[in-house]
Ligand binder design. Sequence first.
Ligand SMILES: C[S@@+](CC[C@H](N)C(=O)[O-])C[C@H]1O[C@@H](n2cnc3c(N)ncnc32)[C@H](O)[C@@H]1O
Length: 406
Amino acid sequence: MLNTFQQAPHDALPITTADEAARQEFVKSLKGFIQRGILPGLGPIYRTRASARFEAAAGRPPADRHDIRKAMVPDSYFQSYASVNRISQELMWDSVIDSIDRGRDDLEARITAASAKNAGELRIPKDFAVPRYVSALDIHCMPGGYAGHDPATSPALGALYDRGVYLYSMGYTGPNNDDLGRSVCNYIKRNLAGFSPRRILDMGCTVGHSTLPYKELFPDAEVWGIDVAAPQIRYAHARAGAIGLDVNFAQMNAEKTDFEDGYFDLVVSHILLHETSGKAMPRVVEECFRLLAPGGYMIHADLPPFDLMDPFTQFILDNETYYNNEPFWGAMRELDQVAIAKKAGFPADRIRFDTAPMAVMEFAAQEASGYSEDAASGVAERDFTAGEFAPGGGWEVLVARKGETA
Ligand SMILES: C[S@@+](CC[C@H](N)C(=O)[O-])C[C@H]1O[C@@H](n2cnc3c(N)ncnc32)[C@H](O)[C@@H]1O
């Protein structure tokens, strides 16, 4: 098994002691063990005993992911899996909070200094209403959620996300946690030949992990990241400064931004939509349509719809809805996203679902072909699996182009 990427250091990250780093590595390994050592046992448990128990009680076999859940929840193996998974999530945040709390003043000073190196704008309005679907719960069990419970919440909450999400993805999203953005950038390079956006907007950017690859790919473009969470936006601005990129960040709601009609040539988001709500998501897509210049592209990288997978896989993925404070995770996968884009104004023949291969997997394959005995085959020797994040090794992208005359 490949020892996945270590996180690339930068000046706005919390500094860990050896003990804290060891605890964080333990959590990362525990998550890996749950994925590779416990999760694969759920299928056999379902097939050999849980479905039979359901059938004996209901008089019919389980029909969909909801029935499968009813069959599995009483099973002790599933209960052990679900509880250790939840514990690993809570331990993960705890392991990062320790290093933030110990060095908070120093961390905040480093965040301020890094922010000063970013020549891009930082906009935090005085009054801002964080939507309830973000403020009402600690999403992913992250203490304080994205936005924090206090308007003056420190940008250290961004540092918590930056380090926490690296541990959550077990290093599979690359040294800069930017695999989503990098994969969509690769997709643009390959599929939208000659497309050279002047202004780019990344909605729901959190700390800008996925935003920065756009500035790297299009260095002359004006790049904006927006998010409803002020601590994340403050940290995003600092992180870009620490990495040496001038990118603009603003606290704004993607349902209704402050930008004028047609301002952007490219509007993207990465795992934003499933964290909104049934009412908000269509509004976000309508806002994308309003913000795009004629001929501009909207690309949302998010969860694959449930109809692309079998009910057991649906059940596994839906565990996030039940045990990781992700209330819209399952419901979003059932929405007809193409119909939503059509309703927002995008021409039907210019909307499609596609797969953007994971940049880290392509990188691993290339590296492997460099030292493979059979380099010509280009087949990765490394065991690099995508885990539950992008089943099949790619991110699902909803791509739509605004008509030239709209
Ligand atoms: C899973 S995170 C996105 C991760 C990020 N795009 C990346 O690729 O690293 C979801 C983010 O969306 C933000 N968000 C949720 N609803 C929003 C909205 N209506 N407008 C802007 N941001 C929103 C949350 O505050 C959170 O930071």
